[in-house]
Design a protein around this ligand. Structure first.
Ligand code: B12
Ligand code: SF4
Length: 518
């Protein structure tokens, strides 16, 4: 049977990073089936396109996975597949939380023939077998023989064949530039950010987050060896293609068990498996100097920290009181001292937020080593304790906000400001943190570091800006480059200077040629 796994586009970014679930399910598919992956972020597709693809390629099963914000598009694509005669199974966080919606059970239209609840590592082979026999069940739940929920152990994690997978759609280097960049330094013909998981689960239970409910509070890890082997495979692939690879450890809290994280990092270092990587780690765990030393030595470059707020009352309200704003600066400095930088994430519209929260947050950010701040609005995702609390209080203004997803729009009324004021705060945060002046200042703040750091922060800031300010077409990029022309020119000039002085220090080409000639 031919199977299509499809992930809808998020409408914001292009092929920044593929989704792990697609590769994982592909690797867990019983032999004898062909699995095709389409990531809408990399290969935009509409309803007519997917229906045509299913018909022309004789697809026997379509698997669609989506987060809440992409679910409306996911349903539209599922409807198109079903009207073209293909059976659809849906999985991922949203349909796990709202299976009746996907199956059209109470009200509304049916979008999926079947829904895979929760982690599908063990149910996927059964789904494929049932689909092949034309006997799909409506619900597939990860349960044991006694009907008790069973979270898959990650000890027997499949080896994803990264060396042979077709990853063309996930190369962020534009096609026209690849042949030239292939010859640059260690090769930049391709650059891919690949998701890798080392464990699942988070016990912290923050009120707005779906992770504790979905993956559970008991944490499961892969073996160090399986993670190290995966990194070695990725590294080898990049080298064989004269390209670059970076890894995003998608664990919700990569250092949730510091002893285990340190042992993994030591094994990565011992095996020479370092690649540049990003991970998500909560600020409280970054107090540990030894951990931060190992992060740097093992290739860690960017750490995503869910700071959420600089106000301890807000943090206590959402059960994230373990974040201590008073230590944010020290944590970030500890990272920066080792050339590791932070993506700091904030949510506005929290219950204790008042007008001016963005500027107050920016004032703090300006005192920290330059990084990548991101700003969003607190969002009641289905099945979270936050959703239940706001519903109970009658504060949900758009209780089914996912039906018509609007980026950066509140779905409930904040307590101490209006919805419009909350929206204005987010806009202010992005506009100030990503203005040409702020970008120039961030680049200048690395003037004591090698040029590579300035290039890194410049490129990262220009890309991250696009999370809020639409930056999808070439014209949008021309505008951004124009606005930041001065900073870009300075970096290019410096690059030439470095290259030229390095060139002059080498034996001259004519002298070498002369030596060879005699
Ligand atoms: C990596 C990641 C991202 C990446 C992007 C996704 C990518 N390319 O990988 C980035 C950093 C960009 C991101 C951003 C956001 N993310 Co995010 N992200 C994650 C994270 C940490 C890992 C995802 C992952 O790969 N998990 C591991 C895989 C194996 O698990 P999985 O995807 O759930 O898949 C399993 C099952 O769900 C199932 N399954 C999944 N799909 C399908 C499909 C089929 C057909 C079947 C059968 C089974 C199946 O099988 C898989 C194996 O068991 C998750 C949290 C988490 N731990 O999952 C949050 C998470 C998915 N993100 C979340 C959110 C809210 C966001 C943001 C909206 C945050 C924000 N406010 O900006 C943005 C939106 C981004 C955008 N513009 O699209 C929420 C989603 C909740 C929800 N109900 O939608 C999560 C769950 C985290 C949370 N805090 O609650 N995210
Ligand atoms: S620490 Fe992160 S992953 Fe864990 S519950 Fe809180 S927000 Fe979710």
């Amino acid at each position: 049977m031919k199977i299509l796994l499809y992930s809808p586009d998020n409408g914001v970014t292009r092929n920044f990073m593929p989704h792990l679930w697609m590769f994982l399910l592909q690797s867990l598919t019983p032999v004898g089936h062909e699995v095709v992956l389409i990531d809408g972020n990399a290969q935009p597709m509409d309803e007519a396109g997917i229906a045509q693809f299913v018909r022309e390629n004789n697809i026997g099963l379509v698997g669609i996975g989506a987060m809440t914000r992409m679910i409306a598009k996911a349903y539209r694509m599922a409807d198109a597949v079903r009207s073209a005669g293909g059976p659809v199974v849906m999985g991922g966080p949203h349909v796990t939380e709202m299976p009746d919606e996907a199956l059209g059970r109470k009200t509304g239209k049916r979008h999926a023939d079947a829904v895979a609840l929760g982690e599908a590592d063990e149910t996927w082979p059964k789904i494929v077998a049932d689909a092949e026999r034309g006997q799909l069940k409506e619900i597939y739940a990860p349960v044991d023989e006694f009907g008790q929920e069973r979270k898959p152990s990650l000890q027997a994690y499949p080896a994803i064949p990264w060396n042979s997978l077709d990853l063309d759609q996930f190369n962020v280097v534009p096609k026209f530039a690849a042949p030239m960049l292939k010859r640059f330094r260690d090769g930049w013909g391709s650059f891919r950010i690949i998701p890798v998981e080392s464990g699942r689960g988070c016990p912290y239970g923050c009120e707005f987050c779906t992770v504790t409910g979905f993956f559970g509070d008991s944490i499961r890890f892969r073996s160090n060896k399986s993670v190290v082997d995966e990194l070695l495979l990725l590294k080898a692939r990049a080298k064989s293609e004269s390209g670059q690879i970076a890894v995003f450890f998608i664990d919700d809290n990569f250092a949730i068990n510091p002893k285990r994280t340190k042992s993994l990092l030591r094994d990565i270092i011992a095996a020479g498996a370092q690649v540049h990587w990003i991970a998500q780690i909560s600020a409280n765990l970054l107090r540990d100097e030894e951990l931060v030393d190992l992060i740097a030595a093992a290739g860690g470059k960017w750490i995503f920290i869910g700071m959420e707020s600089i106000d301890p009352t807000n943090l206590a309200d959402v059960n994230k009181g373990f974040n201590k704003p008073g230590e944010y600066a020290a944590v970030l400095q500890r990272l920066a001292d080792r050339n590791v930088f932070a993506i700091t994430s904030f949510m506005f519209g929290m219950d204790n937020d008042t007008v001016g929260v963005a500027e107050r947050t920016l004032q703090q950010i300006r005192t920290w080593p330059a990084g990548l701040p991101v700003f969003g609005l607190i969002t009641p995702l289905p099945s979270t304790p936050l959703y239940a609390r706001l519903k109970e209080a009658g504060r949900l203004t758009r209780p089914r906000h996912w039906e018509e997803f609007i980026p950066f729009a509140m779905a409930h009324t904040p307590l101490k400001m209006s919805i419009e004021e909350a929206h204005a705060e987010v806009k202010h945060g992005w506009a100030q943190a990503y203005s040409p002046e702020a970008i120039a200042q961030a680049v200048r703040s690395f003037s004591h570091k090698p040029l590579a750091y300035r290039i890194n922060i410049l490129v990262a800031r220009l890309c991250f800006r696009g999370i809020y300010f639409p930056q999808m077409g070439p014209m949008a990029w021309v505008k951004v480059i124009g606005e930041n022309a001065q900073t870009i020119c300075d970096i290019v000039k410096e690059g030439f200077r470095d290259w030229f002085s390095g060139f002059c220090k080498q034996p001259s080409h004519s002298a070498t040629a002369g030596t060879l000639g005699t």
